[in-house]
Design a protein around this ligand. Structure first.
Ligand code: GLC
Length: 551
């Protein structure tokens, strides 16, 4: 029933828009985005021309990690609304032809989840503690963590609890923040409960689940020390035989889940968030009985450099095509630097917000490149992801006052890393001053918006032909209306150094100029360009889609 072998399954070339609900639109007037706000803006997304949404976690959560610390996997955070609001989002999105993927965070729960509270109250060694990783410490009196594992947000991955009798007790594992204790996926109660969580959301009509931190979910038995090669950073792309990342047994969980998804009609889809060391290891998550698709992190992280992009496109296609899985392409997310800021800095690669941090950005340059990058991404075969505000060309807000920062990356690094809040500032919809229609004027958005965003609102950009929003709309329309694009293979043309030039079958040609010289084009062939084509030349840092008339 799954239809996943069906070449026409919706997700194979879908463009998915990521909604970070707290920052998308406020429908209730408290300065926090919510589901009534999202409902009201669904027509905007349909009009933009995307095929579906991925909604970042909407579950009840103490928000220690922006909602990625879930205290009830079957509910909706009261700040966002109710289950009835979620049902309305699903219903209305479907009526507009939009699919909906939600974000499941199964590696950990919140430390306020009833299971964790029960585990804390229970005796060491009890079955309630076995749903997590509780261990005795090493050293005299167990003062040292059980092993040397590190947290993605800095420091040890272990926190010590105080036992019921008031004495320092066992330690629990948290690969992310201490407020996010890791679940033990070898525990049957955990497995069975999540079977039910999947059914709960599939029954309500979600079209898919994005699986957060998928490679974290299995750990090597006995929890041996890790060899980080002396680099105490969570650089999972460099890890090959790590005891807490991409461990073979993780695949058993996804096989179990796929069997559940396959009992539903309507092409339900799993999307893996899996940052692993090689494309070969990534495609293991995409075997026919596991997940359907995965985010393409190597592409996201690539610098603005023709050779690097050419290589990562080739490597992606070479690894995905043989397994019959469409690749995906993505420039950014709620975890990364916004593209117009990133591409205007000397360091144009992206690594979980930290690459290029503190560098000054030339936003005009960054915007030109981000426009070209969008056209390149949307011309590639497979699916694509757009993170809210990317279509508006919003910059990262790098000067948020420290007192408003909430990201555990900031808090746990003692302020050394500013973290991801700068990519999560509420969207500007209309008007000429904050809160730009995100919430009523009397309310304060939960993160302050820069005054300079008045030219970047949806309202301002909708009526401006040369705006980023107009470019995304035009590119998405053209992508959708170009017959045969879905199945058209990518074939590179010979091109000068610094220029990417490829055909999609006989239906579209994409030219991206990352060199230092304008490139000649035949004006009559230009369907869309990210910058004006003057006197038959495509400027530097620009892209064009052409009718592939000539060889
Ligand atoms: C994923 C999410 C990120 C979160 C982390 C822990 O990487 O995208 O926002 O902090 O998982 O759940």
């Amino acid at each position: 029933m799954s239809g996943s072998d069906d070449e026409s399954a919706w997700w194979r070339d879908a463009v998915i828009y990521q909604v970070y609900p707290r920052s998308f639109a406020d429908g209730t007037g408290d300065g926090e985005g919510d589901l009534p706000g999202l409902r009201a803006r669904l027509p905007y997304l349909a009009d933009l021309g995307v095929d579906g949404l991925w909604i970042s976690p909407w579950f009840p959560s103490p928000m220690a990690d922006g909602g990625y610390d879930v205290s009830d996997f079957r509910g909706i955070h009261p700040m966002f609304g109710t289950l009835a609001d979620a049902d309305a989002v699903l219903r209305e999105a479907h009526a507009l032809g939009l699919r909906v993927i939600i974000d499941l965070v199964p590696n950990h729960t919140s430390d306020r989840h009833p299971w964790f509270l029960a585990a804390l109250a229970a005796e060491p060694g009890s079955s309630l503690r076995d749903r997590y990783f509780f261990r005795d410490g090493r050293g005299p009196d167990g003062e040292e963590p059980p092993n040397n594992w590190i947290s993605a947000f800095g420091g040890s991955a272990w926190a010590r609890v105080t036992e019921a009798d008031g004495r320092p007790g066992q330690w629990y594992l948290h690969l992310f923040a201490p407020e996010q204790p890791d679940l033990n996926w070898t525990n049957t109660a955990v497995l069975e409960d999540f079977d039910d969580v999947l059914r709960f959301w599939f029954d309500r009509g979600v079209d898919g689940l994005r699986i957060d931190a998928a490679p974290a979910m299995a750990k090597k038995a006995e929890l041996p020390d890790a060899d980080y090669g002396g680099v105490l950073q969570f650089r999972t792309v460099d890890w090959d035989d790590n005891p807490h990342w991409d461990v073979e047994q993780v695949h058993d969980i996804f096989r179990r889940w796929r069997a559940i998804a396959d009992t539903y009609d309507g092409d339900r889809v799993f999307v893996a968030e899996a940052v692993v060391s090689t494309p070969e290891r990534l495609v293991k998550y995409l075997r026919p009985d596991e997940m359907h698709t995965a985010f393409n992190f190597p592409y996201l992280k690539s610098p603005w450099d023709a050779e690097a992009l050419h290589d990562v496109i080739d490597a992606t296609l070479a690894s995905f095509e043989p397994v019959g899985v469409p690749s995906t392409w993505v420039l950014t997310s709620h975890d990364e630097i916004r593209p117009v800021t990133r591409y205007g800095r000397p360091t144009t690669s992206s690594f979980f917000i930290t690459d290029g941090e503190g560098e000054v950005s030339d936003l005009a340059l960054g915007t030109r490149r981000a426009r070209a990058a969008a056209m390149l991404m949307l011309a590639l075969p497979g699916g694509a992801y757009i993170y809210q505000g990317e279509e508006l060309g919003l910059p990262n807000v790098d000067d948020l006052p420290e007192e408003v920062l909430q990201d555990p990356m900031f808090l746990r690094s003692g302020g050394a890393i500013r973290g991801r809040d700068g990519a999560r500032v509420p969207l500007p919809w209309s008007g000429v001053a904050p809160p730009f229609g995100f919430c009523p004027d009397e309310a304060q958005p939960w993160l302050p918006q820069p005054e300079s965003w008045s030219a970047l609102t949806v309202e301002a950009q909708s009526s401006e032909q040369g705006s980023m929003l107009s470019l995304y709309r035009a590119a998405l329309r053209l992508r959708r209306s170009t017959e045969g694009l879905h199945a058209a293979p990518l074939v590179w043309r010979r091109s000068p150094s610094g220029v990417l030039d490829f055909d999609r079958g006989t239906v579209l040609r994409c030219l991206v100029n990352l060199s230092r010289e304008p490139v000649e084009v035949t004006v009559a062939e230009v369907l869309l360009s990210s910058a004006p084509v003057a006197r038959g030349h495509l400027p530097v840092d620009a892209a064009a889609w052409l009718r592939p008339l000539t060889q």
